[in-house]
Write a protein that binds this ligand. Sequence first.
Ligand code: ASP
Length: 331
Amino acid sequence: MMKKILLVYTGGTIGMVKKEDVLSPFNFDELKTAFPELKDCGSILDHVTISEPIDSSNMSIHVWIELANCIKKNYTKYDGFVILHGSDTMAYTASMLSFMLEGISKPVILTGSQLPIGIKRTDAKENLITSIEIAASNIVKEVCVYFEYQLYRGNRVVKVNADNFDAFQSPNYPVLAKAGVKIKYKKQYINNPIVSEINIHTNISDDVGILKLFPSIKKEVVKAVLDSSKGIILQTFGSGNATTNNWFIEELTNAIKKDKVIVNISQCLSGSVNQGHYQTSEILQKIGVISGHDMTLEAALTKLMFLLGARLDRKEICKKIETNLRGEITI
Ligand code: ASP
């Protein structure tokens, strides 16, 4: 029996054309014309387009909610979903969807490309056709990103290259599959959920900020970010280290006293936060900064948006940040 796959088009380079020398999103029908091979891909394909296709740099909570609702509405009708998405914020969307789509046991594969589909050397065709094959495989049952022959867990990827076709990495978790002559799945790393009810969460909060440390950071900068939001990602050095200047620790302590949630994520691409390993992180642990362990910035930020949206109290949020909800963290 042929599998039914829903393609969800959100925009991005994969579906862009050059108009007056700049790349802007075009509609799905034009994409089908540029890629006639889609017709014989071995699956029954339907497609939907979000209300307004975008360059993914314009991604927002509203689009995430639209995408989650689209999956909810079509969940029982399709065997798998392929979301065509710009690569710039794909890691954020993949992470966010992993939290929003609780209990899914069908593949949701995000893909895109570095070159538009109409261009001869495009990477779009392979990315799309293999994503469809993976979505029809019945092996993967989670939110993933497929790009340049690699399948990644969605909440573990980071965009690392603006030019190369292999634009993504999963620095702290193995790839889930590699596509060569055959697609080789690494089943030991793929989620194997107990099939239960799906629970789609659409209450998410944008009351978050990122405070990236750098040598000689000014108090005004720290204060501005801490004052701006309820949840803050503190991007620290190395294994979670920060300046121990009194004024800095005082600002963080005051913010925590005001019920804010501060999550420690390393500026390093690989490895984990280890609060207490150095004196420069021990103090953070003492005052109540929460360790984000080995989460990517994208996973930590969207997890915080998801937990704040769920209206949990601070204690509960802090506990869940350090809990593995969807395979996003190694605890
Ligand atoms: N700016 C584009 C986007 O993210 C880049 C891409 O599609 O790869 O929508």
